[in-house]
Write a protein that binds this ligand. Structure first.
Ligand SMILES: [Zn+2]
Length: 220
């Protein structure tokens, strides 16, 4: 027998869905504001996404070419499964965000253009990774429970061909430690939620800063 859902419940369901969507957009806008404030997205650099819908995959994203210090929940754009948006310019790096969300099940992907991410990724691209060992801050990465651990942050060469770049990195994403670097370009980090992705950006940027200062100090 066919059951009908009372109109009141349908309305309540729609209201809750709308509130969850607003909450997600607000969380993403706050993460962008915080990371911009730390100097990780100057000159319209960087890009940021949160999964609005899993199947088909739709993303809330900051529009391309916009000062990331000006992003609010209302200025985020919804990017459809074909990588298109009707309300704003989609970032050229959208295929990479999509590839990460698909391969890892991430709920958010945050991409920064920091000074130290740029310098260190370029200096160590030949090695293909940066090694972090014995740091308490590693425990900020989901799943790491002790400082007595070794984590390699992968580095791949940069490219303007995002589809090829996405195909190159995709087979390695499941093993990547919630992030990777593109040489001379910046950091990609992700998490199950916007909050977790933001924490992972902050942990990696902190560790990049530590690495830079240790090398300047002659301490490895
Ligand atoms: Zn970029």
């Amino acid at each position: 027998m066919r059951q009908t859902v009372p109109a009141g419940e349908v309305r309540m369901g729609a209201i809750l869905e709308r509130e969850a969507e607003l909450g997600l957009r607000q969380e993403l806008a706050t993460a962008i504001a915080v990371l911009y404030g730390r100097g990780y997205a100057m000159g319209t650099g960087g890009n940021f996404s949160a999964v609005a819908q899993r199947e088909p995959l739709r993303l809330w994203m900051a529009p391309s070419g916009v000062d990331k210090g000006s992003i609010t929940a209302d200025s985020l754009i919804l990017v459809d499964e074909a990588g298109q948006s009707t309300v704003g310019k989609v970032s050229a790096e959208e295929p990479l965000h999509r590839a990460i969300a698909l391969a890892t099940g991430a709920g958010a992907v945050l991409h920064t253009h920091s000074v130290l991410g740029t310098v260190l990724s370029r200096a160590h691209v030949a090695a293909g990774y940066l090694r972090f060992e014995g740091y308490e801050m590693l425990k900020g990465l989901a799943g790491v429970t002790t400082h007595a651990t070794t984590v390699d942050l992968p580095i791949w060469p940069n490219s303007q061909d995002m589809d090829t770049l996405a195909a190159t990195v995709t087979p390695h994403l499941a093993q990547a430690p919630w992030g990777f670097l593109l040489a001379g370009h910046g950091l990609y980090a992700w998490g199950k939620t916007v909050w977790e992705a933001r924490r992972h950006v902050e942990v990696w940027e902190f560790l990049l800063s530590v690495k830079y200062h240790q090398q300047s100090y002659g301490a490895g």
